[in-house]
Each structure stands twice: as structure tokens, then as C-alpha cells.
Design a protein around this ligand. Structure first.
Ligand code: NAD
Ligand code: NA
Length: 395
């Protein structure tokens, strides 16, 4: 079949198997080019199919020759519909990993559920015995609570006041003003229930109960802070409350792991184009200006560069560098004062007319289409592509 991108709102509803494979191969090549990392050997990644989680899985496997189990929630192909990109990404990753002699298996289902946790535990028991690293990289709009059955929805709203600022529709390039009404107390609680730390803690306590964590076990969850401009809708908004909770949970988990010498970390990562971030208002405009400035200064990074640096320059050092709140920072380049000063200046000037020259809208769009396997120079999109119905290590 010939597959073309079809966008609906902020998402693309088609994805390209060969292009997704290209995305994975590029990331693997990057990790190989950077040399070995003395990291973990048995790694569980929750949210392993796209974005930061996929980059973490690739870095573990091809940087440290780790055995990896990936958990994710992706759609297989069905009649007239392509699979979701994480499906093709995982098929490509597991094919290359297994050909390289690396253990790579996966579970496709709701990571918040008891069933998926039980299935993962069974697989670790049978195949790996124990794990020494767990990456928690879930990004989801909803969570059904495993005890109460209540279905929570997360929101991206300011708290207290209505927030009005600029945003861009990156498909058309139109810069316009938007106003977002403040969230209610209930919105805050629901967002914390979905994107806070409760599920991360549940995973770790289940794994520990089953004695599946090695001594010196580490777990890392990903967070974001960002600049003043996005604060009302991000860090000081409903999602920010969930990130506060996630960050607090790291201390709770570390406490839980005391007897085995384990530790939980939060890594604050850079703003990047992923399926999750393209849905957040205001952020795409910020990212397109940020990309422009960081590329000009030669310090731009994608997910794979970020995680390579997390592993090689932070997580596996004898002394893990942390900020005053105990967080690992790989958003250091994004937050550099010269970069932020430049972005704020451009923010003032940004309009539909100026953005093509002062921002990196093209880079944004390119990254967006890359997420779905499109716009890769190396791929011939006029060629029929084969559907990929199975993932080699899928349980
Ligand atoms: P993403 O959308 O690319 O990845 C989300 C992953 O979670 C996918 O593997 C998906 O399959 C999986 N998933 C979603 N719901 C699931 C469910 N119910 N069960 C199992 N798997 C499920 O997102 P991302 O941007 O890589 O985000 C990962 C983490 O990084 C999030 O905590 C996010 O807040 C954080 N982060 C993102 C950015 C950014 O700019 N994108 C910056 C800093 C931190
Ligand atoms: Na991810």
C-alpha cells in the first residue's frame, strides 16, 4: 500500500512502517556512534514505544547491551487503517535488537491496570529474574484506577486565572491568541491521578513485593519545568501539579527501596516535539522559537541525544548530579540564560508574518511528521510498503 500523512487536529491518523523503522535505525546509529555506556543490564521501560521512553529503550539496548522489556499502549494495524507509530517503532526495534542477539520482549496494554502489571511480573520472573533499571515514561490523557475503577481524565489548564497568550497552529503557521479557562479543583485532582506518581509507586511496590529488583536498582521518571512564558499552562497549571506529585513520589519510592539500596530519580527533560507535547497549547510556538535558537547555537538535541546524555553524564556516574530539589537536569541547555533571553525576545515579535523567519516552524513540522514515519529523505514514499502485523517479542 501507499501511505500518506492524514492529519486531524493535532494528530496524524496514519503512520508509515518504513519511515518509523528509519526513525528507530537513526536512533540506534546515534547510540552506537557514541560508544558503550556502563549502564543497567536488565531494563523495564513503561511507555517504551515512542518519545523519551523509546529513546531510553534504545539507549539501554545499544549503549549497554541490555535486555529490555517494553510496555506500551499501541494499536496494531486493522482493516484500512495503519498501526499507531509506536507499533511500527517497536517492531523495528525488536527486529534489530533480536538480530543483534539482544533480548527484547514487549507487552501491549494498559500499564495502569493490574493485568498488565501481573503479565510483566510473570515475564520478568520467567526470563530475566530481576531488573536493575525501570524507566517510567508514560504520557496518557486518561487512567482507569485499578482499585476503584474510576476513569480519570487529565487536563492542560491554568490554575486561578484565565491564561491568554499566543499559540501557533503549526500546520498552517497561523499565530493567534488563545485564552484558556482555569481548571477546577476536580481538574487538578484528576490530572494528578493520571500523570502524578501513584501508578509509578504501584509498579515499584508490586515489583519489589515479588523480589524482582536488584540491589542498586534505579528507577527514573521524566518531568518538565520550562520557561516563565509557558508556566501558567504547564508548570503552574494542572499538569504541573501532577509533575509536583510525580517528583514528590521519587522520595517515597527511594524510601521504599532503602533496604535494597535502590533509588528513584526524576529527570527534567527538554521540550521536544512528541505526540503528547504537540497537543499542549502555547508549547508548539515556544518549541519552534527554542529550536531556532538552540540550532543556531549548535546545542539542539532530540529525545535520543537527551537520553544518551542522561545515561552517560548523569544516571550512571558514582555521584549522580542533582539540583536542590533532588532532580536530575538534562534541560540545562534549554534553560541556559542566553537561550531563554533570546527566546523571550523572539516571543514578543512572533506573529504569523514573522514566525517563518524568526522561528523554526519547518523544524517543528519535520519533527512532527517524523513521529509518524513521514518526511524522511531516505524513504521512498512512492513505493508500496508492506504492512507489519506482528512485533517479534510481543507477548
Ligand atoms: P509519548 O506520547 O511519545 O510517549 C508516551 C508513551 O506512553 C508511549 O509509549 C505510549 O504507548 C505509552 N502509553 C500511553 N498510555 C499508556 C497506557 N495506558 N498504558 C501503557 N502505555 C501507555 O510522550 P513523551 O513526550 O515521550 O512523554 C514521556 C514522559 O516524558 C512524560 O512523563 C512527559 O511528561 C515527559 N516529558 C516530555 C517532554 C516533551 O517535551 N515531550 C519534556 C519533558 C518531559
Ligand atoms: Na515515551
Amino acid at each position: 500500500m501507499i501511505i500518506e500523512p492524514k492529519t486531524r487536529g493535532f494528530i496524524c491518523i496514519t503512520s508509515h512502517p518504513t519511515g518509523c523503522e528509519q526513525n528507530v535505525l537513526n536512533q540506534i546509529d546515534y547510540i552506537k556512534s557514541k560508544g558503550k555506556i556502563a549502564g543497567a543490564k536488565n531494563v523495564l521501560v513503561i511507555g517504551a514505544s515512542t518519545g523519551f521512553g523509546l529513546a531510553s529503550r534504545i539507549t539501554s539496548a545499544f549503549g549497554s547491551e541490555a535486555s529490555t522489556i517494553g510496555v506500551f499502549f499501541e494499536k496494531p494495524p486493522s482493516e484500512g487503517k495503519t498501526a499507531s507509530p509506536g507499533w511500527y517503532n517497536t517492531a523495528a526495534f525488536e527486529t534489530v535488537a533480536q538480530n543483534a542477539g539482544l533480548y527484547a520482549k514487549s507487552i501491549n496494554g494498559d500499564a495502569y491496570s493490574k493485568e498488565v502489571k501481573a503479565q510483566t511480573i510473570k515475564l520478568i520472573k520467567e526470563d530475566l529474574g530481576e531488573i536493575d533499571l525501570m524507566i517510567y515514561s508514560l504520557a496518557s490523557p486518561v487512567r482507569t484506577h485499578p482499585e476503584s475503577g474510576i476513569r480519570y481524565k487529565s487536563t492542560l489548564k491554568p490554575i486561578g486565572d484565565t491564561f491568554t497568550n499566543k499559540t501557533v497552529d503549526f500546520h498552517t503557521g497561523e499565530v493567534k491568541e488563545i485564552s484558556i479557562e482555569p481548571g477546577t479543583e476536580e481538574d487538578i485532582e484528576n490530572t494528578i491521578a493520571v500523570m502524578g506518581g501513584e501508578d509509578w509507586e504501584m509498579w515499584i511496590s508490586e515489583l519489589k513485593k515479588e523480589n524482582l529488583l536488584s540491589s542498586n536498582f534505579k528507577t527514573v521518571a521524566y518531568s518538565y519545568i520550562g520557561p516563565k512564558i509557558t508556566e501558567p499552562v504547564y508548570r503552574k497549571g494542572t499538569i504541573g501539579k501532577a509533575k509536583d506529585h510525580l517528583e514528590k513520589t521519587a522520595f517515597t519510592i527511594t524510601n521504599l527501596l532503602k533496604d535494597i539500596g535502590g533509588k528513584a530519580y526524576v529527570s527534567v527533560n527538554k521540550a521536544l516535539v512528541t505526540q503528547s507535547s504537540s497537543a499542549i497549547p502555547v508549547i508548539p510556538l515556544y518549541i519552534s522559537l527554542l529550536y531556532k535558537v538552540m540550532k543556531e547555537k549548535g546545542v539542539h538535541e532530540g529525545c535520543i541525544e537527551q537520553i544518551q546524555r542522561l545515561y552517560s553524564e548523569r544516571l550512571f556516574l558514582n555521584q549522580v548530579p542533582q539540583d536542590s530539589e533532588g532532580r536530575i537536569r538534562i534541560d540545562d541547555l534549554e534553560m541556559r540564560s542566553d537561550i531563554q533571553a533570546e527566546v523571550s525576545k523572539l516571543w514578543e515579535q512572533a506573529s504569523t508574518e514573522t514566525l517563518p523567519s524568526i522561528g523554526d516552524l519547518e523544524g517543528y513540522k519535520n519533527d512532527f511528521f517524523h513521529l509518524f514515519g513521514f518526511s524522511y529523505d531516505q524513504v521512498d514514499y512512492d513505493k508500496e510498503s508492506n504492512e507489519i502485523v506482528s512485533i517479534p517479542g510481543l507477548q
